[in-house]
Design a protein around this ligand. Structure first.
Ligand code: SAM
Length: 257
């Protein structure tokens, strides 16, 4: 199956994630140990988000699985996951956790914009800050649609549009209440000096794209920190901001048919 060349951002992000992988081992282990799914930077419990609500088992693909704890959660809930990731170093961590926790499923080194899977191979696709933000939506969403069976669900979580308009991009300065860039035309985000490249598009563009790919939008969930949260966990957005505006958003979409 020849799916063409990797995009420049895929090659750049591969090098970045191979370098960052070591720093994600401990958070990955927490995910593997704790079987109560929590989502996003403030760890919102699954009961308040519902990303697994439509999950009924079957063949699952995690797009940008990283350390693969989300796939582990789905395997423990009766799914047959396959994790795909662009970074060999992240997959090495995932493979080590499979041994440590005695839970194994296929891990594939590849690009979520050019999936090495047949059409209609999966019942459920998921991405938690994987393809959801690191891949070009105009490339990965059609691929996710292609590999899902009719009626299959895709759920994915990443930064909110509003945060992307307010965030400084240096990982340190907290987002303020000013819009720092236009929403019209938002798409590719390159932060200097960091060489990573992310993608975020506006809600109108997003809905039109999903519909073009054959998806029906079932939900757009705006995440809010749990009421008992007292500390800011990531310096780029403080708790006060996250309590007023959605820091993250999760899409639940279904392939028509
Ligand atoms: C923040 S991690 C999220 C994964 C998982 N939820 C975790 O926390 O371990 C982002 C992952 O997306 C992967 N990624 C980036 N671009 C990708 C692409 N084009 N195809 C597949 N995976 C990609 C990275 O290699 C990285 O492992």
């Amino acid at each position: 199956m020849d799916r063409g060349q990797a995009s420049d951002h895929v090659r750049a992000n591969r090098a970045v994630w191979d370098g960052w992988a070591e720093g994600y081992v401990e958070s990955g282990r927490k995910g593997w140990v704790d079987d109560k799914p929590r989502w996003g930077i403030y760890g919102v419990p699954e009961g308040d988000v519902g990303l697994f609500e439509s999950f009924e088992g079957g063949d699952v693909v995690e797009l940008g699985c990283g350390t693969a704890y989300v796939s582990a959660w789905l395997a423990r809930r009766g799914g047959r996951p396959v994790g795909i990731d662009n970074s060999a170093a992240q997959l090495a961590t995932a493979a080590a956790f499979q041994n440590e926790f005695d839970l194994r499923f296929p891990l594939v080194h590849g690009d979520a914009e050019r999936l090495p899977f047949d059409d209609e191979s999966f019942d459920f696709a998921i991405s938690e800050y994987g393809a959801a933000i690191w891949c070009d939506p105009y490339r990965w969403l059609p691929e996710a649609a292609r590999v899902l069976r009719p009626g299959g669900r895709l759920v994915y979580l990443g930064n909110s549009v509003l945060l992307m308009l307010c965030v400084f991009g240096d990982d340190e300065t907290p987002a303020g209440n000013q819009l720092l860039r236009p929403q019209f035309g938002m798409h590719r985000f390159e932060w200097t000096p960091s060489p990573d490249i992310e993608f975020h598009i506006s809600h109108g563009e997003h809905i039109r794209l999903l519909r073009t790919c054959g998806f029906e939008v079932e939900d757009l969930i705006e995440l809010r920190p749990p009421a008992d949260m007292t500390e800011t966990l990531y310096p780029f957005v403080d708790l006060g901001w996250a309590q007023q505006w959605p820091v993250e958003e999760a899409w639940v979409v279904r392939k028509a048919g």
